[in-house]
Design a protein around this ligand. Structure first.
Ligand SMILES: [Zn+2]
Length: 427
């Protein structure tokens, strides 16, 4: 066991060849450990004369937390000068990359640690900045500096995809007001490989990225998948005009759920005169509404219908709920032609004047993206292969219901499940 106080300090700080000069303890706040480099006086690289101390600049570095507290390493550096008048060397600052690399605001060990947290454990820069009580940029700069060295920038990595997807991702919340910064992921959707991430969610950066790939590469893209975003559509219109555009099923269903939620909140406001409170029937059924129909058991369904009876006097939320379910059923069709007709008919049906305003807006969007939505049935490529697979397999029971309805009505036309069908009204 080590009992020498100086040595104990050095062991706790854990850095080689440093003197621990002291600790600044602001009660409950960040712990500041003041150090300097220990070692013989250096000689001038130009003439070999012994150097003299010119200055002791202090840098403060974010370090790893210790004993549950955030830590800063305060490094009293040595600025050395050559006193040989005939030597061209004037002065230099002592460095030690084992403590920190030049111009880094973080210690070497903290830089490696945050890079591993982000790269291996998928943690966000924001989260780590919170944990270390430092600025977002400090962590981000370190991750970039250490991470870039690890990236194997193999040009063949990108390959020659035949189906390309663009998807927006929230990258970070920055500044005092947590302003959102977005990025665009460029994905080989057949291989399920992330090709690159570019800043923003406009079309400019993806266009620039695609332009650098060359004409032959672009001509190879047969399918282009996207969420229901105008800018991405423009990217593909411009850069890959011959590729078939495919709207991602996940985003189509998500939009139907969003419109349902908007409708629920509006009706809530109109009937109760206030925003959602936890005892309001429409607030209580918000999760049941967006749950897939086949995942509602008898109890859930009874509860939902009871809450709708209590909170939805004109049946608007119910209509939006049915609309969402019919939108999900788009992905039940296997015949691309019929799927296209179904989307077209549904888009018009949902714009019926009897429908709530949110459902009419959904209908307009479906029509605007009709070709891209129906194209999924040709291509079966998607930004979210997993989500699409889940949607497909989970639709089983609804298919059975649809089949029964078709038999009962004696029509084989698929749009008999559309919104005005008595089956949905009766549910
Ligand atoms: Zn010199």
């Amino acid at each position: 066991m080590e009992v020498d106080p100086t040595r104990i300090c050095e062991l706790l700080v854990g850095l080689p060849d440093v003197n621990v000069l002291g600790v600044i303890d602001e009660s409950g706040g960040v712990l500041r450990v003041v150090i300097e480099i220990r070692g013989p006086r250096p000689v001038c690289a130009g003439c070999g004369w012994p150097a003299q101390v010119k200055d002791r600049p202090v840098v403060e570095l974010v370090d790893l937390p210790c004993f549950g507290r955030s830590v800063r390493l305060v490094w009293r550096k040595h600025r050395w000068a050559c006193v040989n008048g005939s030597c061209p060397v004037r002065s230099w600052t002592g460095v030690d990359v084992r403590i920190a690399v030049a111009r880094s605001a973080m210690t070497d060990r903290a830089g490696r640690w945050v890079t591993r947290q982000v790269g291996e454990h998928g943690r966000t820069v924001n989260e780590l900045a919170g944990e270390l009580e430092c600025a977002w940029h400090t962590v981000n700069d370190a991750v970039r500096a250490y991470g870039e060295a690890l990236v194997d920038d193999d040009p063949d990595r990108i390959g020659e995809p035949t189906a390309l997807g663009l998807d927006e991702t929230l990258f970070a919340r920055l500044g005092e007001f947590g302003r959102q910064h977005w990025s665009t992921s460029i994905v080989d959707v057949r291989a399920g490989v992330l090709l690159d991430v570019v800043p923003g969610r406009s079309g400019a950066e993806p266009c620039r990225w695609l332009a650098t790939r060359g004409d032959a590469w672009l001509a190879n893209i047969a399918y282009a998948t996207l969420d229901l975003s105008g800018p991405y559509r423009a990217v593909f219109d411009t850069m890959t005009p011959d590729a078939i555009q495919v709207a991602d099923p996940f985003h189509v269903v998500k939009l139907a759920n969003q419109k349902l939620d908007e409708c629920r909140r509006r009706v809530q406001n109109e009937t109760c005169g206030h925003r959602c409170r936890k005892d309001d029937p429409l607030y209580r059924c918000r999760r049941l509404l967006t749950r897939a129909d086949e995942r509602l058991d008898e109890h859930g369904r009874t509860k939902l219908l009871g809450l709708l009876d209590a909170g939805d006097p004109h049946g608007e939320v119910r209509t939006a709920w049915h609309a969402k379910e019919v939108v999900r059923s788009i992905y039940e069709h296997h015949d691309p032609e019929l799927a296209g007709e179904f989307v077209d008919r549904l888009g018009h049906d949902l714009q019926d004047p009897s429908c709530p305003i949110e459902v009419r807006s959904l209908g307009r969007t479906l029509l605007r993206w009709k070709d891209q939505i129906a194209a999924w049935h040709r291509a079966h490529v998607s930004n979210g292969p997993t989500e699409a697979a889940i949607i497909r397999s989970a639709r089983r029971s609804v298919v059975d219901v649809v089949d029964e309805a078709v038999e009962a009505v004696g029509e084989r036309v698929l749009w008999s499940v559309s919104l005005r069908s008595p089956m949905w009204r009766a549910a």
